[in-house]
Design a protein around this ligand. Sequence first.
Ligand SMILES: *Cc1c(COP(=O)(O)O)cnc(C)c1O
Length: 396
Amino acid sequence: MISPVLPSYSRANLSFVKGEGSWLIEADGRRFLDFASGIAVMSLGHGHPKVVGALIDQANALWHTSNLYEVPQQQALADRLVEHTFADTIFFCNSGTEAAELAIKMARKYRTVTGAPDRMTILTFEGGFHGRSTGAISAAASEKLSAGFGPLLPGFRLLPFGDHDALRDAASAPDVGAIMVEPIQGEGGIRPLPDQCLKGLRDLCDEHGLLLILDEIQCGMGRTGKLFAHEWAGITPDIMLVAKGIGGGFPLGALLATEEVARGMTAGTHGSTYGGNPLGCAVGGAVIDVITADGFLDAVNAKAGFLRQKLEGLVASHPDIFEGVRGHGLMLGIKCKIPPGEVVAAGYAQAVLTVPAADNILRILPALTITEDEISEGISRLDAAASALENRASAE
Ligand SMILES: *Cc1c(COP(=O)(O)O)cnc(C)c1O
C-alpha cells in the first residue's frame, strides 16, 4: 500500500484500536501484552482512570491560552516537580528533543552570563541518544543518527562509553563546560551507568566547574523504582531532561534546573507556543500524583524484582537466543545472540510487544502499573516466541 506518510519509520503490520492497562487490542479483538509502553511513554498503562479523568476535565474547561498569561496547571506541576527533585526552576515543552535543545542553550547561556564564553563544549557519550533535532543528533553524533545531515552543530565532544581515562582528560580541557549523559542509555541498549560512575561524574563536574546534564527522558518518572534514576547514586544534576513517562501518553517534556544554572534564561530568551499548556500539565500532574503516592514506587521495585527473576529464567531456557539481562527496575534489556528485531517479530506472532535497541538488546519496558500475573503472561509469550525461533533454526 502506498502511503503519503513519510517513510522514516519501518512499521510492523500491527494497529491498535484500544488500550486497557498493559494490553493493546486490535480491531479484530486480538489482545497484545504490552512490554513496550510506547517506548517508556505509557508509564501508568493505557487508559489509567486518573490520567484520563484529568485530561477530560481539563478538556472540558480550557485547552490553550498562551504563555503570555499565567497557566495555573503549569504552576502546580512545577511546584510538584520542585518538591520532589533538586530543581528550583522548570521549563515545560512538548517532547524530549525540545528539552535537550533547551539544555544545550541553557548550558551555553550560563557560560555567556558568567563570563566564560570559551567554555561552550559539552561532553557526550557514544551510544547516547538525546533526540532527532540538529542539536540532539550533533550531541549524540552517531553515524546512524547524523549521516547526511551535516554540517552538525559544533560544540560537542563524543567520548567512548566507560573509558574513565578519556573522560578525565576531556573534563579538564579548558573549553569544556558541561557533561550530558543518560543515567541508563535507552536507545543505546539499556546500558546503565553504575552508581559509582554517576558519583564519579558528579565529582569530576565539581572539580572542574562543569554542569552535569542528566537525560532522564527514558529512565526517569519512576521507571527504575525511584522517581528519577540518579537518586540511586545519591547525587543531583544541574540540569535534567524529562519527557516520555511524565505525560503518560500526552506530549509533555520538561527541563529542570537549579536557579544558578538557569540565571541567563531571562524574559524573552526562550519560549514555546504549546509548552506548558493546560492539557499537558493537567495530565502530568495526575501522572506525578500517582507515581509519588505512598507505596507506588515500592510496588514498582517489587515488580521489578519479579520481572528480573522471570527474565533470568527465560534467558536460561533459551541459551541459543539470549545471553543475559541488564538494566534497572522496569527498564530492562535482554542481550540477544540473534538480531533483536527477529525476537521482536517473533513476539508479535505471540501477541507480546517489546522494543529492539542497539547492542543487540531487546528492551522490556512495561507500564509501572503492570501486575505480576501480566508479567508472567508476557514472559510465557516471550518463551513461546523464543521456542518458535529455535524450531525455525532447527528446521533450516
Ligand atoms: C526518547 C528520548 C529522547 C527524545 O525524546 P522525544 O520526545 O522523542 O523528542 C531523548 N533522550 C532520550 C534518553 C530518549 O529516550
